[in-house]
Design a binder for this molecule. Structure first.
Ligand SMILES: CCCCCCCCCCCCCCCC(=O)OC[C@@H](O)COP(=O)(O)O
Length: 288
């Protein structure tokens, strides 16, 4: 793996832990001093700031459009999911509360982190459509904090967007003045080179890969560039969860395909030997 080193991973790991512990302890203490109605927004803002610090430490550059969220009531952001670091990358863009699997609450350290930054837990087996989950999401929206969910429900290898589960959409289905915002995240470059499908798979949290090995892969990499694109906000008034999920999925998938196509490197032969065909297979076009 070019540019990857154990040394870098081992040097970054204690720093990552130290910063995370110190910053999160401060957040937890400060949050307790605030009146309850101001806490959710404070936690989300600290999460955004903390994740920016972590991305700098990890050499992660996030290219995101400078767009503010749709006006009016906060809504639901939905994104594709390929790595355990996706929430860290996406949290740099907006102050949001994430939806996470309930197992996370029981992990040492991670459980405490999640609670401090206001993660909403969902029992995936019991389907997100439960009354308690819907109430939690709506309370958070009412507190002025948009909620971000990964409706694929699990991480994929990064070659495509997997079908969306519809449960989480129930929390905003039919709400007046709210929205669903499709968000797409794509690994574009590693150490200055365009990410190929193999590279993307290497950085994805795939079946059978332990959390620690996955983390070490990211930690040992000098520089990564990820791109974030957002789609058109989908108004939720009068809409059913399934229709919202379908529309959001189409947008996230389309944005992802666009980014994959743009990241595609020139075939090596073309670049070196054939300037004519290089023109035909330039970025932004699909070479067949
Ligand atoms: C400086 C310190 C800043 C620290 C900021 C920490 C921010 C914590 C955000 C945690 C967000 C958790 C969101 C988890 C989403 C989730 O739960 O997805 C499930 C997947 O994983 C796949 O699980 P699986 O199918 O079981 O492999």
């Amino acid at each position: 793996m070019a540019g990857w080193s154990w040394w870098r991973a081992l040097r970054r790991l204690p720093r990552l832990l130290a910063i995370t512990l110190w910053y999160t302890a401060r957040t937890a203490l400060q949050a307790c001093r605030l009146p309850p109605e101001r806490q959710p927004r404070y936690r989300a803002l600290r999460q955004q700031e903390g994740c920016r610090i972590l991305c700098r430490l990890l050499g992660i550059a996030v290219h995101a459009p400078e767009v503010s969220l749709p006006p009016g009531r906060p809504g639901l952001l939905v994104a594709n999911h390929f790595s355990a670091l996706d929430p860290i990358v996406l949290a740099t863009c907006w102050p949001v509360a994430f939806v996470g699997k309930a197992e996370l609450a029981r992990w040492p350290l991670i459980g405490w982190l999640c609670r401090t930054y206001g993660v909403l837990f969902v029992e995936r087996e019991r389907r997100t459509r439960s009354v308690a989950f819907v109430r939690q999401v709506r309370e958070r929206l009412a507190a002025g904090v948009p909620v971000m969910v990964f409706p694929e429900g699990t991480t994929g290898p990064g070659d495509t967007v997997q079908p969306f589960k519809t449960g989480a959409f129930e929390a905003v289905a039919g709400l007046e003045g709210s929205w669903v915002l499709p968000v797409s995240l794509c690994l574009q470059q590693v150490d200055g080179r365009p990410a190929t499908p193999e590279v993307r798979r290497r950085y994805a949290w795939t079946e059978g890969l332990s959390f620690l090995r996955h983390l070490i892969r990211w930690l040992g990499t000098a520089q990564m560039q990820l791109q974030v694109r957002i789609g058109a906000p989908i108004p939720t008034a009068g809409r059913h969860r399934k229709a919202l999920a379908r529309e959001a999925f189409e947008q996230v998938r389309t944005l992802y395909q666009e980014m994959l196509t743009e990241a595609m490197p020139f075939p090596t032969d073309d670049r070196i030997f054939s300037p004519v065909s290089m023109k035909q297979t330039g970025p932004g076009t699909v070479s067949e």
